[in-house]
Design a protein around this ligand. Structure first.
Ligand code: IFM
Length: 397
């Protein structure tokens, strides 16, 4: 483990999931058109309450907060940038710094402006140029930010784009929700590699800009599925792990760090990925209870990137039972620290999520260290927040 004093202990969020009324975004439009999807609406109004949210984390003893800045707010119309929104996100950065929380800033977390979607989204002719133009403006407010994540889970984003492309020839309700796995509709399609390549290009363009214009370390955060082969499934695993993860991890080799995002693990047999079997221990998004996945994820990431420093940018559990959250997180951290003791360079742990939030079409799965009353927007810290703060003070699980 690196210098203990510098280790980041924190929690993570994403703009669309917490801010509310992200009306110029592609997801806002999608929520209105997809059957079975709940709307984000006011979300948990963190747009106006970020100060309170950050203060709760800092008071608990955490020293870092990962949050995103929202492209759809900053550039609601192509080429027209909102100075007020840039100033808003600058205030968030200043608030974090003032509270002693190291800001880890994500530039893109699944959402884009609706105009970008209308121009074809990531499959549009000028997608990378559009993203780079936004990143250039965004870097104007990043002074003092030490960690920048260009894109959240490009592999899941590529899967969503693949799904949307397929939906043009299939009914809109043909697929499961992108993050909730316990639904009888067909499982998620694998991310098409040619879409992944576009995201790699976008990441590299953003990395160049961030490096030229800020002093931040730059990387992206990859969703890790901690695949494990059944006997006979080894070849299938090699094929699938490349499509789902390694294409994106290989692209991290030139980065300053790589974000690891881990929740569960999945078996791969000779016919492919085995769905999570129904089990009373399954989480509220239908995945198996597998806190050991974090250890598998960081070890795989370390091997594929060839030793790029790791920041755990997300790890957590969708559960209504906070004792279970503490048990899961304690176990996951033990696996993380075993990997660190084995020589893997881990720079921090950011729990998903700081607050219960909008889970991409669903409100039921709760991942937060803090509960929120969605009518009054009152915040209610759960015991897991104080527990994680204590772990942070001790510096080890
Ligand atoms: O809520 C999501 C987040 O936006 C990306 N990573 C996984 C989380 C839980 O599904």
């Amino acid at each position: 483990m690196n210098d203990q004093a510098q280790f980041l202990w924190g929690a993570a969020t994403a703009p669309h999931q917490i801010e509310g009324n992200n009306v110029n975004s592609d997801w806002w439009a999608r929520e209105g058109s997809m059957p079975g999807m709940e709307r984000s609406g006011d979300a948990i109004d963190s747009y106006h309450r970020f100060d309170q949210d950050m203060r709760l984390l800092a008071d608990a003893g955490l020293n870092a907060y990962r949050f995103g800045i929202e492209w759809a707010r900053i550039e609601p119309v192509p080429g027209r940038f909102s100075l007020a929104e840039l100033a808003h996100y600058r205030r968030m950065i200043d608030t974090a710094l003032g509270l002693g929380l190291t800001p880890v800033v994500t530039l893109h977390h699944f959402t884009a402006p609706q105009w970008f979607a209308e121009e074809g989204g990531w499959l549009g002719e000028n997608a990378v140029e559009h993203f780079a133009r936004y990143v250039e403006r965004a870097t104007e407010i990043l002074d003092g930010v030490p960690w920048v994540v260009t894109m959240n889970e490009p592999n899941m984003l590529a899967m969503m784009v693949t799904m949307e492309r397929a939906m043009r020839s299939a009914p809109a309700d043909a697929w499961q929700s992108p993050t909730v796995d316990n639904d009888p509709r067909p499982t998620l399609p694998p991310p098409a590699p040619e879409i992944g390549e576009i995201l790699v290009e976008a990441h590299e363009a953003a990395r160049k800009i961030v490096r030229a214009r800020t002093g931040a370390k730059v990387g992206w955060s990859v969703a890790n599925r901690a695949f494990v082969a059944r006997p006979g499934g080894e070849e299938k695993l090699r094929e699938l792990v490349h499509i789902w993860e390694d294409l994106y991890l290989e692209a991290s080799r030139g980065d300053d760090f790589v974000g690891v995002q881990s929740y569960s693990s999945q078996w791969v047999g000779e016919d492919g990925i085995e769905p999570h079997p129904p089990h009373p221990d399954n989480t509220l998004v239908g995945t198996a209870y597998r806190p050991d996945a974090l250890g598998l994820a960081v070890r795989h990431t370390w091997d594929v990137t060839g030793g790029v420093p790791i920041l755990v940018t997300e790890n957590g559990i969708a559960t209504a039972d906070d004792e279970r959250r503490i048990a899961y997180t304690g176990e996951a951290l033990r696996h993380l620290f075993q990997a660190a003791d084995d020589g893997i360079d881990v720079r921090g742990y950011l729990h998903w999520s700081a607050l219960d939030n909008y889970e991409w079409g669903h409100w039921e799965p709760t991942f937060g260290l803090i509960a929120v009353d969605r009518e009054t927007f009152e915040r209610h810290p759960k015991p897991s927040l104080a527990w994680l703060g204590d772990v942070a003070r001790r510096g080890r699980p």
